[in-house]
Design a protein around this ligand. Structure first.
Ligand code: MN
Length: 274
């Protein structure tokens, strides 16, 4: 399983996206990227066999079991796309802004390859935003000439379902806390490259991969802020789209959850499976 289609669609001298390289190892991470291209959508990606199996979800995932979200399967992406956040310049495939909307691990509820082949993929997510049981169901082609790429992404009922879930309440990056607009207006974003360190071996904790991605994002942020005029940095809007949770409280939450290696104690009130 290679990444020919991913490669064919892109000019890597023009886009900051990572090169097509099939990964090793059998980790099961997932990422959801919010992507404002010609149309806003969310890219849902599951790490499987050294690549990220990918679906474009126009309305984004939902925790409401009543929502059946159309998910168009797209080309496999390289595993290093996992922490890609930034701006794809105009003229390139997928030109626009990409935010790492959620990350975590996934657990197939059966044989992953077989479920994928049969078009009935059941899995459990342990992300920062998405948790619990989901299914991706392949739909029969609805019309002649259809590419057969249409799936539905559905939340199952469990302890994590949220009737009335509104994705717009969660429009911030889990890596950098930024909104799409902040990523788009940030000069540093276009230089973002996915780091090689995130896939190194011998990690001492199962959460190291996430801690590394966030540390990398933090380092990048410092560089950006120091390049910026201080007044402008302070004037940056920080309320974003969720008025009930401040930027600072989100930052504390992230630190408590993802930095066990840094000696930060987990908060007492963690949800099961967090
Ligand atoms: Mn996309």
């Amino acid at each position: 399983m290679a990444l020919e289609e991913y490669q064919r669609k892109r000019d890597f001298s023009q886009t900051p996206e990572p090169p097509p390289k099939v990964g090793k190892g059998a980790r099961r991470r997932f990422v959801v990227q919010m992507h404002r291209a010609s149309r806003l959508h969310y890219d849902f990606r599951l790490e499987m066999d050294g690549v990220l199996k990918s679906w474009a979800v126009p309305k984004g995932p939902s925790l409401d079991p009543a929502d059946k979200r159309l998910a168009m399967q797209v080309e496999d992406h390289p595993v290093s796309y996992f922490d890609f956040e930034g701006v794809i310049p105009p003229g390139n495939y997928g030109a626009g802004t990409v935010m790492v909307w959620d990350v975590g691990t996934w657990e197939p509820q059966g044989d992953a390859a077989e479920m994928l082949r049969k078009g009935d993929l059941k899995f459990r997510l342990q992300g920062k935003k998405l948790k619990g049981d989901f299914a991706l169901i392949h739909m029969k082609a609805r019309r002649p000439g259809s590419k057969g790429t249409e799936w539905l992404l559905i939340k199952h009922r469990d302890a994590y379902d949220q009737p009335g879930y509104d994705i717009e309440q969660y429009s911030h990056s889990v890596l950098t806390k930024r909104s799409l607009q902040e990523i788009a207006s940030d000069e540093g974003s276009a230089e973002w490259t996915s780091g090689k360190n995130a896939t190194r071996h011998g990690a001492s904790s199962k959460d190291d991969w996430l801690a590394e991605s966030i540390a990398k994002a933090d380092a990048k942020k410092k560089t950006r802020v120091s390049k910026r005029n201080l007044g402008e940095a302070i004037a940056k809007p920080s309320a974003e789209t969720n008025p009930t949770q401040t930027r600072a409280s989100r930052a504390r939450t992230s630190a408590g959850k993802v930095s066990p290696a840094a000696g930060v104690k987990k908060k007492a009130k963690v949800t099961p499976g967090d």
